[in-house]
Unconditional design. Structure first.
Lengths: 315, 336, 352
């Protein structure tokens, strides 16, 4: 039994959709684990939106004012790194980088996964066969290793300019794209499963009888009903994207001029912080990563429980 | 009956490996510029002959694909990079490392292979034993204190990247005086094999603890939910109705059924374990494939990176194949 | 009628006592802060060689009663009162370890839907042999041989013992479960809906098998089912349960031909009858009570077409009628002659 097969479906109109959303939010608010996760995510989201307001502009080697690798004091509540930058400043700016990369990568992943899943499930036949072969290939490949080898190649192809897209430097844009094109396969599988079961529902036949084309049916009928599934899946994809970006940055593929949490950890390691017992250099960004991923897992679990009626019945 | 299942699994694995090799070749073609640009990076005023010599050495003057379409029409070129690549790979020739001048990638990989095997082999074994035992116990005594604590700890460990765990353990280890760098103490000489093994073990301790801790949580969680699900099955009620002792029920009825999903998850997990592998070694400078990968990344040593990609991907495919076969051994329903 | 077979009785057994005597059994479930009174004062007796059918709607407590006998209740359930005497030995007060002696060797169970009741990763013959090895201390070779004998006894070719459960049909799996139940030569076999998941032809075969085994081995049977036709065919006595209590109990012939309790009458009337003019199916309006807050007095009163005032306040006592049938209904007080009360045409509930 696939999780997809158990999700409720049925074309609903906009007003009742809003009402359904409100009812759903009320039910969600009753779950302590989901609310804890949501609170954590809102907190980090808020920080990520306007880091300059909170701690000022990102400190650089040039603008650093503290002593090297100094433990926390009143002036520097989280201590300083190996060139004297305020760790609090770095961590808050890192939030913006890590969260935005995660968000954009998730959007790409979910988009590709949903398109492949819906088309594959709805059209079926040879198209489905081909798309699923490709999907399975990506599923079997260790995607992290793939990302690991694709990223430097594309980064070199793109060059080391300081061009920015949406305020993100090119090196990191490459990471976003690479994560996006390597992580979509499990999303595609899940969405395809749900599409397959939706295809047999009456409202699809009705649309076909009226003469609606496949594209129209896919967009207006199938898509709204897999939205539940997409959202629940996207939350977990986001967590995975954050972890992947963190790891890629940690192995040196990040950008020291726009440090994410992973990149901060990389710098800390390269400068021997753990061995020098300078915990403040890596524990703050590390803790943020753990909290964010943990929060996503909580939210994803709560969403899954709430949206999956079969699980609801069992609990 | 049994044979066709095995054959099917082998076929899929084989096809995937072929696809990986092909994919690797395509990646090779994606490589920016050409090796000569990277090798000669930063060296000014390179003569054209030098560039040409390097292009020759790396076989870059040959046509890429077997079919060549140019002004002279369509022709078949037997001497092309694709064939050369495939035959070379099949023979285990992965080319020469950019960085370690002249050294075969194959040799470089080989040197770094066994420290990784040692660390991860032991780490997996420890994690599997501890994780399954912990999970089975938590599932059996559901709701007990061990269950709650174990669950919370596992969830947190799951959200923690392996390398972060490694850095924290390293800090603790450095504080209490454990060795934290490399596999053996630099420049040390050992009176006998035991002294050497002792030093190796001391250096192995922290990385091993990191790898095991990182994995234990997942295995415990999976095993626990598997056992909980199994215990609610009717055949366990039948076993209790038979008056069998708890230990017997757990061992002979619950465990064999609970192991089934656990085995497949362990194999699927292997892909992610590899991600952790890369990073944990780097934290401790453990001279394995992980450290090699990170160094090669920094130096853009593409032949080495390619070799690592090939090696790791094929390992994952083989691990999945192994898990499928073991699953076939354990679950008779799959074999027919 | 049934062959008396010499079985070794457990050490503490009283040879003069009835095989099984249950008195005032009460089993309650804890659901959060509330208590479900699933079985509330059930008493009955099973003699050697007898087949007792326990019938009733889902949720009436028949399975819980059976599970209470062998202490197989889930963690949130407890036998809170009553005695369960096997050869005079009270099982109700025993610990898990104490009960273990009697499980399977004296009382064995055959569950419904044997697909899940059999371990999918073990061969049939190993599962049948397991209790023989574990409980009777036999060695593997003897146990496997005995398993083969049992398979043949239930009509499965010996060689099929090598199969796994998913390789057998539903009917064969049920036979295998019966063979497994007989492994330790029990005195009582409890069948919990043993034929419900099977089609009618296979059902008949299984029932015929149970009959044959009863005659051959002198088995005593407790058959739990909601299907009254099964009981009519196989059992000597029948016990009709409703909402955790006994409504009526007696010989099958007596209860089925002259049902006394209004519930029994309605139950029997609800069976579609091929031989009568076609009418609408008779049903019993309403639904069983919520056992977390059972009604005072008779639990059937809210749905009873002939309920009187006393029914809603006083629990009807169990009265034994002259022909041996026990009934718990205020229309049959102590000393009643047992004439069945006449029910109005169906669909009407008594005005109160």
């Amino acid at each position: 039994m696939t999780a997809a097969a158990a999700y409720p479906a049925g074309t609903i109109r906009r007003r009742s959709r809003l009402r359904a959303l409100a009812a759903f939010l009320r039910r969600y608010a009753r779950r302590r684990d989901g609310m804890l996760g949501a609170v954590i995510l809102v907190f980090f989201g808020a920080i990520a939106l306007a880091p300059d307001l909170l701690v000022g502009p990102l400190e650089t080697v040039v603008t650093a004012t503290g002593a090297r690798l100094a433990p926390p004091t009143a002036a520097f509540p989280l201590g300083t790194d190996h060139v004297g930058r305020d760790v609090l400043n770095l961590t808050v700016h890192g939030a913006r980088v890590s969260m935005i990369i995660g968000l954009l990568a998730t959007l790409i992943t979910v988009f590709i996964g949903a398109v492949v899943g819906v088309v594959s499930g709805f059209v079926g036949g040879r198209v489905d066969g081909v798309l699923m072969r490709i999907t399975d290939f990506f599923l079997v490949l260790p995607t992290f290793v793939l990302a690991l080898i694709l990223t430097p190649i594309i980064q070199d192809l793109v060059g080391s300019s300081s061009r920015e897209i949406l305020g993100i430097r090119m090196t990191l844009v490459v990471i976003i794209i690479v994560i996006g094109i390597t992580s979509w396969s499990s999303t595609a599988r899940i969405i395809r499963g749900q599409t397959l079961s939706l295809r047999e529902r009456a409202f699809v036949d009705r649309a076909r009888v009226i003469g609606a084309g496949p594209g129209h049916i896919m967009v207006t009928h199938i898509l709204p009903n897999v939205l539940n599934l997409i959202v629940a899946n996207a939350v977990l994809v986001f967590a995975g994207a954050v972890l992947t970006e963190t790891t890629l940055s940690f192995v040196g593929l990040g950008d020291p001029f726009q440090p994410s949490w992973g990149q901060l950890l990389d710098a800390a390691r390269k400068n021997g912080a753990p061995g020098l017992l300078a915990w403040w250099d890596f524990v703050p960004p590390g803790l943020c990563i753990v909290l964010v991923v943990f929060a996503f897992t909580l939210v994803g679990g709560a969403l899954d429980d709430l949206l999956n009626p079969r699980r609801r019945a069992r609990s | 009956m049994r044979g066709s299942y095995v054959l099917r699994r082998l076929g899929v694995a084989g096809a995937t490996i072929v696809a990986i090799v092909l994919f690797n070749f395509v990646l090779f073609r994606l490589m920016p510029g050409s090796p000569e640009r990277i090798l000669l990076r930063g060296i000014p005023n390179v003569s054209a002959e030098r560039v040409e010599a390097i292009r020759d050495r790396w076989g870059l003057n040959d046509p890429v694909l077997p079919i060549v379409i140019d002004d002279a029409g369509v022709r078949f070129a037997a001497d092309n990079q694709f064939f050369k690549y495939v035959t070379a790979t099949a023979q285990g020739d992965f080319g020469l490392s950019f960085v370690a001048r002249g050294q075969e990638v194959r040799d470089v990989l080989g040197q770094h292979l066994w420290p990784t095997l040692l660390l991860f082999g032991l780490g997996e074994v420890v994690a599997i034993i501890l994780g399954l035992a912990l999970g089975a116990y938590s599932g059996w005594r559901r709701g007990g204190p061990i269950d709650h604590i174990g669950n919370g700890v596992s969830l947190f460990l799951y959200a923690t990247p392996y390398f972060l765990l490694g850095m924290m353990l390293l800090l603790v280890g450095a504080a209490i005086g454990l060795p934290t760098f490399g596999m053996l103490t630099a420049g040390a000489s050992y009176p006998n094999i035991f002294a050497r093994l002792g030093d190796l073990s001391a250096h192995l301790f922290l990385p091993l603890a990191t790898v095991s801790l990182g994995l234990v949580g997942q295995y415990a969680i999976v095993m626990r939910s598997s056992i909980v699900e199994t215990l609610s099955e009717d055949y366990v009620t039948t076993a209790r109705a038979m008056g069998l002792r708890d230990g017997r029920i757990l061992r002979a009825h619950a465990l064999p059924n609970a192991l089934l999903p656990t085995v497949s998850l362990i194999a699927i997990n292997l892909g992610y374990v590899i991600a952790g592998a890369v990073t944990v070694e780097v934290v401790y400078n453990w001279p394995g494939l992980g450290t090699l990968t990170v160094e090669a990344l920094g130096a853009r040593d593409y032949p080495v990176l390619q070799g690592v990609f090939l090696l790791l991907s094929i390992t994952v495919v083989l691990a999945n194949l192994g898990a499928d076969l073991v699953y076939g051994l354990l679950d008779p329903r799959v074999r027919t | 009628m049934t062959a008396a077979v010499d079985r070794a009785l457990p050490r503490q057994a009283d040879p003069a006592a009835p095989l099984l005597e249950v008195e005032n059994l009460r089993t309650h479930f804890r659901l959060g802060a509330e208590t479900v009174h699933a079985v509330d004062g059930v008493s009955f007796r099973l003699e050697r060689g007898e087949a007792l059918g326990i019938a009733g709607e889902s949720g009436c407590g028949k399975t819980t009663t059976a599970l209470s006998l062998v202490g197989l209740l889930p963690a949130n359930a407890r036998v809170v009162e009553g005695s369960i005497k096997l050869y005079g030995i009270d099982l109700a007060g025993k610990t898990e370890d104490g009960l273990r002696r009697y499980r399977w060797r004296e009382i064995a169970m055959v569950f419904q839907g044997a697909m899940n009741a059999l371990n999918p990763v073990r061969r049939i013959r190993d599962q049948i042999a397991e209790p023989i090895i574990q409980r009777l201390g036999a060695n593997e070779r003897d146990a496997l041989r005995k398993a083969g004998d049992l398979l043949e006894l239930v009509g499965i070719p010996r060689a099929r013992g090598r199969a796994y459960p998913h390789e057998l049909s539903g009917g064969m799996r049920q036979r295998a479960m019966i063979a497994m139940a007989l492994a330790c030569d029990p005195a009582i076999v409890i069948g919990d809906e043993p034929t419900t998941a099977l089609d009618v032809m296979i059902q008949a075969q299984i029932l015929e098998l149970l009959e044959r085994l009863r005659a051959q081995l002198g088995l005593s049977l407790i058959l739990i089912t909601h299907d009254l036709s099964v009981i009519a065919e196989t059992c000597d006595r029948v016990m009709i349960m409703y909402a955790g209590r006994i409504a009526e109990e007696g010989l099958v012939a007596d209860v089925f031909e002259h049902p006394r309790h209004p519930y029994t009458q309605r139950l029997l009337a609800a069976i579609p009858n091929l031989h009568v003019d076609r009418r609408a199916l008779e049903t019993i309006p309403g639904s069983p009570p919520d056992l977390r807050h059972p009604p005072a007095g008779c639990r059937f009163a809210p749905r009873c077409p002939v309920a009187i005032d006393v029914c809603t306040s006083v629990v009807p006592p169990e009265v034994t009628l002259p022909d041996g049938v026990r009934v718990a209904c205020h229309h049959y007080p102590e000393g009643s002659d047992g004439t069945p009360v006449r029910l109005p045409p169906s669909g009407q509930v008594a005005a109160r």
